[in-house]
Design a protein around this ligand. Structure first.
Ligand SMILES: Cc1ncc(COP(=O)(O)O)c(C=O)c1O
Length: 370
Protein backbone atom coordinates (compact mmCIF):
# COMPACT_ATOMS: atom_id res chain seq x y z
CA UNK A 1 0.00 0.00 0.00
CA UNK A 2 2.79 2.40 0.96
CA UNK A 3 5.02 3.44 -1.93
CA UNK A 4 8.41 4.81 -0.85
CA UNK A 5 8.89 8.22 -2.45
CA UNK A 6 12.31 9.82 -2.23
CA UNK A 7 11.94 13.47 -1.30
CA UNK A 8 15.36 15.14 -1.26
CA UNK A 9 13.70 18.16 0.32
CA UNK A 10 13.75 19.84 3.73
CA UNK A 11 10.15 18.92 4.50
CA UNK A 12 7.63 17.64 3.77
CA UNK A 13 10.08 14.78 3.60
CA UNK A 14 10.25 11.03 3.19
CA UNK A 15 8.63 9.37 6.21
CA UNK A 16 8.66 5.76 7.35
CA UNK A 17 5.78 3.41 6.56
CA UNK A 18 5.12 3.10 10.29
CA UNK A 19 4.83 6.89 10.73
CA UNK A 20 2.29 6.96 7.90
CA UNK A 21 0.48 3.92 9.35
CA UNK A 22 0.04 5.73 12.68
CA UNK A 23 -2.42 8.00 10.85
CA UNK A 24 -4.81 5.15 10.04
CA UNK A 25 -6.59 5.47 13.37
CA UNK A 26 -9.07 8.27 13.99
CA UNK A 27 -8.93 9.99 17.37
CA UNK A 28 -11.49 12.27 18.92
CA UNK A 29 -9.82 15.35 20.34
CA UNK A 30 -10.99 14.48 23.86
CA UNK A 31 -10.01 10.81 23.61
CA UNK A 32 -7.94 9.86 26.68
CA UNK A 33 -5.31 8.09 24.56
CA UNK A 34 -4.99 11.14 22.31
CA UNK A 35 -4.56 13.46 25.30
CA UNK A 36 -1.86 11.11 26.53
CA UNK A 37 -0.16 11.29 23.12
CA UNK A 38 -0.05 15.10 23.34
CA UNK A 39 1.40 14.94 26.84
CA UNK A 40 4.06 12.43 25.79
CA UNK A 41 5.02 14.52 22.76
CA UNK A 42 5.45 17.61 24.94
CA UNK A 43 7.55 15.77 27.51
CA UNK A 44 9.71 14.02 24.92
CA UNK A 45 10.40 17.19 22.95
CA UNK A 46 11.49 19.00 26.12
CA UNK A 47 13.78 16.08 26.93
CA UNK A 48 15.37 16.32 23.48
CA UNK A 49 16.27 19.97 24.06
CA UNK A 50 17.36 20.23 27.67
CA UNK A 51 18.72 18.36 30.67
CA UNK A 52 16.63 20.68 32.89
CA UNK A 53 13.10 19.73 31.87
CA UNK A 54 11.40 21.37 34.87
CA UNK A 55 12.46 24.80 33.58
CA UNK A 56 11.04 24.35 30.09
CA UNK A 57 7.73 23.71 28.42
CA UNK A 58 6.76 22.58 24.94
CA UNK A 59 3.84 24.28 23.20
CA UNK A 60 2.59 22.63 20.01
CA UNK A 61 0.78 25.08 17.70
CA UNK A 62 -1.48 24.20 14.75
CA UNK A 63 -0.11 25.21 11.35
CA UNK A 64 3.24 25.04 9.62
CA UNK A 65 6.54 26.28 11.02
CA UNK A 66 5.88 29.90 10.09
CA UNK A 67 2.76 29.91 12.28
CA UNK A 68 4.91 28.86 15.25
CA UNK A 69 7.49 31.55 14.53
CA UNK A 70 4.80 34.21 14.15
CA UNK A 71 3.16 33.10 17.39
CA UNK A 72 6.47 33.11 19.25
CA UNK A 73 7.47 36.60 18.10
CA UNK A 74 3.99 37.95 18.78
CA UNK A 75 3.83 36.38 22.25
CA UNK A 76 7.38 36.87 23.55
CA UNK A 77 8.40 40.31 22.29
CA UNK A 78 7.06 42.84 24.81
CA UNK A 79 4.50 45.41 23.64
CA UNK A 80 6.56 48.44 22.70
CA UNK A 81 9.66 46.22 22.75
CA UNK A 82 12.40 46.04 20.17
CA UNK A 83 13.68 43.07 18.17
CA UNK A 84 17.06 42.50 16.53
CA UNK A 85 17.13 39.94 13.69
CA UNK A 86 20.37 38.37 12.47
CA UNK A 87 19.67 37.56 8.83
CA UNK A 88 21.63 35.58 6.25
CA UNK A 89 18.88 34.06 4.14
CA UNK A 90 15.21 33.88 3.27
CA UNK A 91 14.10 32.55 6.66
CA UNK A 92 15.90 35.37 8.46
CA UNK A 93 14.09 37.74 6.08
CA UNK A 94 10.83 36.04 7.01
CA UNK A 95 11.51 36.74 10.70
CA UNK A 96 11.76 40.43 9.77
CA UNK A 97 8.56 40.30 7.68
CA UNK A 98 6.62 38.62 10.46
CA UNK A 99 7.86 41.04 13.11
CA UNK A 100 7.13 44.10 11.00
CA UNK A 101 3.62 42.88 10.19
CA UNK A 102 3.10 42.39 13.92
CA UNK A 103 4.04 46.03 14.43
CA UNK A 104 7.24 45.13 16.31
CA UNK A 105 10.06 47.66 16.00
CA UNK A 106 12.78 45.65 14.29
CA UNK A 107 16.45 46.22 13.59
CA UNK A 108 18.16 43.91 11.10
CA UNK A 109 21.78 42.85 10.72
CA UNK A 110 22.33 41.33 7.28
CA UNK A 111 25.06 38.98 6.08
CA UNK A 112 25.51 37.45 2.63
CA UNK A 113 23.81 34.08 2.15
CA UNK A 114 27.17 32.28 2.05
CA UNK A 115 28.40 33.74 5.38
CA UNK A 116 27.46 32.85 8.94
CA UNK A 117 25.97 35.53 11.16
CA UNK A 118 28.68 37.10 13.32
CA UNK A 119 28.15 37.12 17.11
CA UNK A 120 30.59 40.05 17.48
CA UNK A 121 28.34 42.24 15.31
CA UNK A 122 25.31 41.21 17.39
CA UNK A 123 27.30 42.12 20.51
CA UNK A 124 28.10 45.56 19.05
CA UNK A 125 24.44 46.12 18.13
CA UNK A 126 23.34 45.26 21.67
CA UNK A 127 25.98 47.61 23.12
CA UNK A 128 24.85 50.39 20.77
CA UNK A 129 21.14 49.98 21.50
CA UNK A 130 20.19 48.86 25.02
CA UNK A 131 16.50 49.19 24.01
CA UNK A 132 16.69 45.87 22.13
CA UNK A 133 14.79 43.25 24.19
CA UNK A 134 14.90 40.20 21.98
CA UNK A 135 17.27 38.76 19.36
CA UNK A 136 16.03 36.28 16.73
CA UNK A 137 18.27 34.09 14.62
CA UNK A 138 17.87 31.07 12.34
CA UNK A 139 20.00 28.07 13.31
CA UNK A 140 20.06 26.11 10.03
CA UNK A 141 19.36 28.62 7.22
CA UNK A 142 17.55 26.32 4.83
CA UNK A 143 18.00 28.89 2.04
CA UNK A 144 21.61 27.82 1.56
CA UNK A 145 22.17 24.99 4.07
CA UNK A 146 24.52 27.03 6.27
CA UNK A 147 24.57 26.41 10.04
CA UNK A 148 24.76 29.57 12.13
CA UNK A 149 26.85 29.61 15.36
CA UNK A 150 23.75 29.73 17.52
CA UNK A 151 25.57 28.96 20.82
CA UNK A 152 28.00 31.85 20.25
CA UNK A 153 25.02 34.11 19.48
CA UNK A 154 23.36 32.83 22.66
CA UNK A 155 26.43 33.64 24.77
CA UNK A 156 26.37 37.25 23.53
CA UNK A 157 22.62 37.65 24.06
CA UNK A 158 22.85 36.16 27.56
CA UNK A 159 25.75 38.48 28.45
CA UNK A 160 23.46 41.43 27.72
CA UNK A 161 20.56 39.89 29.67
CA UNK A 162 18.38 39.75 26.54
CA UNK A 163 16.15 37.02 25.11
CA UNK A 164 17.15 34.77 22.21
CA UNK A 165 14.55 33.19 19.92
CA UNK A 166 16.05 30.49 17.67
CA UNK A 167 14.31 29.41 14.49
CA UNK A 168 15.67 25.86 14.51
CA UNK A 169 13.00 24.67 12.10
CA UNK A 170 15.21 22.54 9.91
CA UNK A 171 17.81 21.50 12.52
CA UNK A 172 16.05 20.53 15.76
CA UNK A 173 16.28 16.78 16.26
CA UNK A 174 18.96 16.40 13.58
CA UNK A 175 21.78 18.52 15.00
CA UNK A 176 22.80 18.14 18.66
CA UNK A 177 21.83 21.29 20.58
CA UNK A 178 21.44 21.85 24.31
CA UNK A 179 19.11 24.80 24.84
CA UNK A 180 20.65 25.85 28.17
CA UNK A 181 24.24 25.65 27.00
CA UNK A 182 23.36 27.47 23.79
CA UNK A 183 21.72 30.35 25.70
CA UNK A 184 18.41 29.96 23.87
CA UNK A 185 15.21 31.15 25.57
CA UNK A 186 12.73 29.92 22.96
CA UNK A 187 13.16 27.59 19.99
CA UNK A 188 10.72 26.91 17.18
CA UNK A 189 10.60 23.83 14.98
CA UNK A 190 7.93 21.79 13.23
CA UNK A 191 6.54 18.31 12.76
CA UNK A 192 7.91 17.65 9.27
CA UNK A 193 11.63 18.27 9.71
CA UNK A 194 14.30 16.26 11.56
CA UNK A 195 11.86 14.39 13.82
CA UNK A 196 10.55 13.03 10.49
CA UNK A 197 6.82 13.41 11.00
CA UNK A 198 4.27 14.75 8.53
CA UNK A 199 3.37 18.45 8.17
CA UNK A 200 0.65 20.02 10.30
CA UNK A 201 2.00 21.66 13.42
CA UNK A 202 4.91 23.57 14.83
CA UNK A 203 6.19 23.52 18.38
CA UNK A 204 7.84 26.02 20.65
CA UNK A 205 10.26 25.04 23.39
CA UNK A 206 10.28 27.96 25.80
CA UNK A 207 11.47 28.67 29.31
CA UNK A 208 8.52 28.47 31.68
CA UNK A 209 9.64 31.57 33.62
CA UNK A 210 9.74 33.62 30.40
CA UNK A 211 6.38 32.41 29.11
CA UNK A 212 4.83 33.18 32.51
CA UNK A 213 5.48 36.89 31.86
CA UNK A 214 3.63 36.86 28.52
CA UNK A 215 -0.06 36.63 29.49
CA UNK A 216 -2.26 38.78 27.27
CA UNK A 217 0.68 39.99 25.21
CA UNK A 218 0.09 38.09 21.96
CA UNK A 219 -0.97 40.15 18.96
CA UNK A 220 -3.21 37.30 17.74
CA UNK A 221 -5.85 35.04 19.27
CA UNK A 222 -4.97 31.81 17.43
CA UNK A 223 -1.19 32.36 17.59
CA UNK A 224 -1.07 33.06 21.32
CA UNK A 225 1.61 30.71 22.64
CA UNK A 226 0.88 31.67 26.25
CA UNK A 227 -2.83 30.87 25.96
CA UNK A 228 -2.09 27.62 24.11
CA UNK A 229 0.31 26.52 26.87
CA UNK A 230 -2.17 27.52 29.57
CA UNK A 231 -4.93 25.39 28.03
CA UNK A 232 -2.61 22.44 27.41
CA UNK A 233 -1.44 22.61 31.03
CA UNK A 234 -5.02 22.94 32.31
CA UNK A 235 -6.88 20.33 30.26
CA UNK A 236 -4.21 18.54 28.23
CA UNK A 237 -5.99 19.73 25.08
CA UNK A 238 -5.41 22.17 22.25
CA UNK A 239 -7.60 25.29 22.36
CA UNK A 240 -8.91 24.70 18.82
CA UNK A 241 -9.24 21.58 16.60
CA UNK A 242 -5.96 19.65 16.90
CA UNK A 243 -4.27 17.95 13.93
CA UNK A 244 -5.04 14.52 15.42
CA UNK A 245 -3.55 12.29 12.72
CA UNK A 246 -0.44 14.43 12.44
CA UNK A 247 0.13 14.26 16.19
CA UNK A 248 -0.30 10.47 16.18
CA UNK A 249 2.26 10.20 13.36
CA UNK A 250 4.64 12.54 15.18
CA UNK A 251 4.35 10.47 18.35
CA UNK A 252 5.40 7.42 16.32
CA UNK A 253 8.22 9.43 14.73
CA UNK A 254 9.55 10.29 18.20
CA UNK A 255 9.64 6.58 19.11
CA UNK A 256 11.57 5.94 15.90
CA UNK A 257 14.04 8.71 16.70
CA UNK A 258 14.69 7.07 20.08
CA UNK A 259 15.02 3.63 18.46
CA UNK A 260 17.58 5.01 16.01
CA UNK A 261 19.71 6.13 18.95
CA UNK A 262 18.46 9.69 19.49
CA UNK A 263 19.70 12.95 18.02
CA UNK A 264 23.38 11.91 17.92
CA UNK A 265 22.61 8.86 15.78
CA UNK A 266 20.27 10.78 13.51
CA UNK A 267 22.89 13.49 13.07
CA UNK A 268 25.42 10.79 12.14
CA UNK A 269 23.05 9.41 9.48
CA UNK A 270 22.47 12.88 8.03
CA UNK A 271 26.23 13.45 7.95
CA UNK A 272 26.66 10.10 6.15
CA UNK A 273 23.95 11.14 3.65
CA UNK A 274 25.74 14.44 3.08
CA UNK A 275 29.12 12.70 2.64
CA UNK A 276 27.68 10.35 0.02
CA UNK A 277 25.98 13.26 -1.75
CA UNK A 278 29.13 15.42 -1.79
CA UNK A 279 31.23 12.52 -3.10
CA UNK A 280 28.67 11.88 -5.85
CA UNK A 281 28.46 15.56 -6.81
CA UNK A 282 32.26 15.73 -7.00
CA UNK A 283 32.30 12.69 -9.30
CA UNK A 284 29.72 14.42 -11.50
CA UNK A 285 31.72 17.65 -11.58
CA UNK A 286 28.92 19.59 -9.83
CA UNK A 287 29.88 22.31 -7.33
CA UNK A 288 28.27 23.19 -4.05
CA UNK A 289 27.35 26.81 -3.34
CA UNK A 290 28.83 26.85 0.18
CA UNK A 291 32.46 26.11 0.99
CA UNK A 292 32.75 22.69 2.75
CA UNK A 293 33.51 24.25 6.15
CA UNK A 294 30.13 26.06 6.16
CA UNK A 295 28.03 23.26 4.66
CA UNK A 296 25.51 22.02 7.22
CA UNK A 297 24.10 18.47 7.28
CA UNK A 298 20.46 19.39 6.45
CA UNK A 299 20.43 20.64 2.89
CA UNK A 300 23.04 21.35 0.22
CA UNK A 301 22.81 24.05 -2.46
CA UNK A 302 24.30 22.89 -5.75
CA UNK A 303 25.32 25.29 -8.52
CA UNK A 304 23.76 24.76 -11.92
CA UNK A 305 26.33 23.25 -14.29
CA UNK A 306 28.13 25.96 -16.22
CA UNK A 307 26.77 24.73 -19.54
CA UNK A 308 24.20 26.49 -21.75
CA UNK A 309 22.52 23.15 -22.44
CA UNK A 310 21.53 22.73 -18.77
CA UNK A 311 17.75 23.01 -18.43
CA UNK A 312 16.71 22.87 -14.75
CA UNK A 313 12.95 22.36 -15.27
CA UNK A 314 13.68 19.42 -17.59
CA UNK A 315 16.36 18.07 -15.20
CA UNK A 316 13.91 18.31 -12.28
CA UNK A 317 11.09 16.68 -14.23
CA UNK A 318 13.27 13.82 -15.52
CA UNK A 319 14.51 13.04 -12.01
CA UNK A 320 10.98 13.28 -10.58
CA UNK A 321 9.80 10.81 -13.23
CA UNK A 322 12.42 8.37 -11.91
CA UNK A 323 11.19 8.89 -8.33
CA UNK A 324 13.80 11.43 -7.16
CA UNK A 325 12.31 14.75 -6.01
CA UNK A 326 14.84 17.61 -5.73
CA UNK A 327 14.26 21.05 -4.24
CA UNK A 328 14.59 24.15 -6.40
CA UNK A 329 17.09 26.78 -5.26
CA UNK A 330 16.47 29.65 -2.90
CA UNK A 331 19.83 31.45 -2.68
CA UNK A 332 19.36 34.81 -4.33
CA UNK A 333 22.89 35.35 -5.67
CA UNK A 334 23.37 32.24 -7.84
CA UNK A 335 21.49 29.66 -9.86
CA UNK A 336 21.31 26.61 -7.62
CA UNK A 337 19.12 23.65 -6.84
CA UNK A 338 19.03 22.06 -3.41
CA UNK A 339 19.29 18.52 -2.13
CA UNK A 340 17.96 17.73 1.33
CA UNK A 341 19.75 15.08 3.42
CA UNK A 342 17.05 14.66 6.08
CA UNK A 343 14.03 12.35 6.28
CA UNK A 344 13.95 8.55 5.97
CA UNK A 345 16.84 8.52 3.52
CA UNK A 346 20.12 6.65 3.67
CA UNK A 347 23.51 6.91 1.91
CA UNK A 348 22.45 4.36 -0.72
CA UNK A 349 19.65 6.73 -1.74
CA UNK A 350 22.28 9.39 -2.52
CA UNK A 351 24.31 6.92 -4.55
CA UNK A 352 21.17 6.20 -6.58
CA UNK A 353 20.31 9.91 -6.88
CA UNK A 354 23.79 10.80 -8.18
CA UNK A 355 23.66 7.96 -10.71
CA UNK A 356 20.27 9.24 -11.93
CA UNK A 357 21.59 12.83 -12.10
CA UNK A 358 24.54 11.63 -14.21
CA UNK A 359 22.15 9.90 -16.59
CA UNK A 360 19.81 12.89 -16.92
CA UNK A 361 22.73 15.29 -17.45
CA UNK A 362 24.13 13.02 -20.16
CA UNK A 363 20.67 13.12 -21.75
CA UNK A 364 21.07 16.91 -21.92
CA UNK A 365 24.47 16.39 -23.55
CA UNK A 366 26.34 17.40 -20.40
CA UNK A 367 29.23 15.34 -19.03
CA UNK A 368 31.11 17.57 -16.61
CA UNK A 369 33.25 14.80 -15.20
CA UNK A 370 35.24 14.33 -18.37
C1 LIG B 1 14.63 27.74 8.89
C2 LIG B 1 13.19 27.74 8.52
N1 LIG B 1 12.36 28.61 9.10
C3 LIG B 1 11.05 28.65 8.80
C4 LIG B 1 10.51 27.79 7.87
C5 LIG B 1 9.06 27.90 7.54
O1 LIG B 1 8.40 26.72 7.81
P1 LIG B 1 7.02 26.37 7.07
O2 LIG B 1 7.31 26.33 5.59
O3 LIG B 1 6.68 25.05 7.66
O4 LIG B 1 6.04 27.43 7.43
C6 LIG B 1 11.33 26.87 7.23
C7 LIG B 1 10.80 25.95 6.21
O5 LIG B 1 11.50 25.17 5.60
C8 LIG B 1 12.71 26.84 7.55
O6 LIG B 1 13.54 25.97 6.97
Amino acid sequence: MSERTLLFTPGPLTTSATVKAAMLRDFGSRDARFIQIIAEIRTQLVALGTARPAEWTCVPMQGSGTFGVEGTLGTLVPRGGKLLVAQNGAYGRRLVDLAQRLGIETQTLVWPEDAQVDPAAIDAALVADPAIDVVACVHSETTSGILNPIAAVGAVVRKHGKILIADAMSSFGGVPLDLDTAGIDALVSSSNKCIEGVPGFSFVLVKRALLATCAGRARSVSLDVYAQAAELDRSGQFRFTPPTHVLAAFHQALQELAAEGGIAARHARYLANRAELLAGLARLGLQTWLPPALQGPIITSVRYPDDPRFDFPAFYAALAARGFTLYPGKVSQANCFRVGTIGQLYPADYTALCAAMADVLRGQGIDLAT
